[in-house]
Design a protein around this ligand. Structure first.
Ligand code: ADP
Ligand code: MG
Length: 245
């Protein structure tokens, strides 16, 4: 049985006069990896940011595990934010904290976990991203790929229901991209629900369950990777793929 973990319904976003999202409908089923592609400025980041209300939607609903995050108290919103993990292009680690400090901070402050529990969870997540041996390192001692894997471990340590990735490998040197994609693929195999904005088309072919093509604030087309890359239906999808291929 399919069960939606994240549902975006009729999502609109305006910045002043400018309408950036024009009615987005998108579902991510439990355990699914949905990949979002589209030209720069098409609204991909804004859509992800609306999913945990880092950006306030102008209209529409966001449901996480069947709960509408557009309603409810501030307390509900804060709890919900923890359930929607975010991994950004820039890793945003705290430079003055060790790897362990980075992965335990939100667990302790936001979830109220004690030190021992937070550290045990951190070690488990660092092990998943292949960095348990670097727990005492400072971020500056790590490569960009390692820093991004720490950022992934930090998101996972909060037991999110879904993790949103916004161009997670775009800031990395080419030789470091593979290590991050490998971790993402392993997470998918473990059943994590993921919504990923990325230009790594090879990875999409390999790991995505569905690919969504966005342009000018709408979903133009979606389907399995074989269909979107092999036989795109919309002219705009074909034109975009011809440019990036
Ligand atoms: P993408 O991630 O697909 O490149 P974005 O969601 O970042 O697209 O941006 C979509 C459009 O919204 C762009 O034209 C961008 O300039 C505009 N935009 C994004 N954030 C803001 C903001 N805070 N204020 C005004 N315009 C914004
Ligand atoms: Mg973006």
């Amino acid at each position: 049985m399919r069960r939606p973990m994240l549902e975006i319904v009729g999502l609109e976003k305006r910045f002043g006069e400018r309408q950036v999202l024009r009615g987005i409908d998108l579902r991510v089923e439990t355990g699914e990896l949905v990949f979002v592609i589209g030209p720069s400025g098409s609204g991909k980041s804004t859509m992800l940011r609306c999913c945990n209300r880092l950006e306030e939607p102008s209209a529409g609903d966001i449901l996480v595990d069947n709960r509408n995050i557009m309603h409810g108290s501030t307390r509900d919103l804060n709890r919900m934010r923890l359930q929607v993990g975010m991994v950004f292009q820039g890793f945003h680690l705290y430079p003055h904290l060790s790897v362990m400090g980075n992965v335990t901070l939100a667990q302790r402050k936001a979830l109220g976990r004690g030190r021992a529990e937070a550290e045990a969870k951190a070690m488990e997540m660092l092990d998943q991203v292949g960095l348990a041996h670097r727990a005492t390192a400072m971020p500056a001692e790590l490569s960009g790929g390692q820093q991004q894997r720490v950022a992934i471990a930090r998101a996972l340590a909060l037991d999110p229901k879904v993790v949103l990735f916004d161009e997670p490998t775009s800031a990395l040197d080419p030789e470091l991209v593979g290590s991050v994609l490998k971790v993402m693929k392993q997470l998918k195999e473990k059943g994590l629900t993921m919504l990923v904005v990325s230009h790594e088309m090879g990875f999409a072919r390999e790991a995505a369950d569905r690919v969504v093509f966005m342009d000018q604030g709408v979903v133009v087309e979606e389907g399995p990777p074989e269909q979107i890359f092999g036989a795109p239906q919309a002219e705009r999808t074909r034109a975009f793929l011809a440019r990036v291929a």
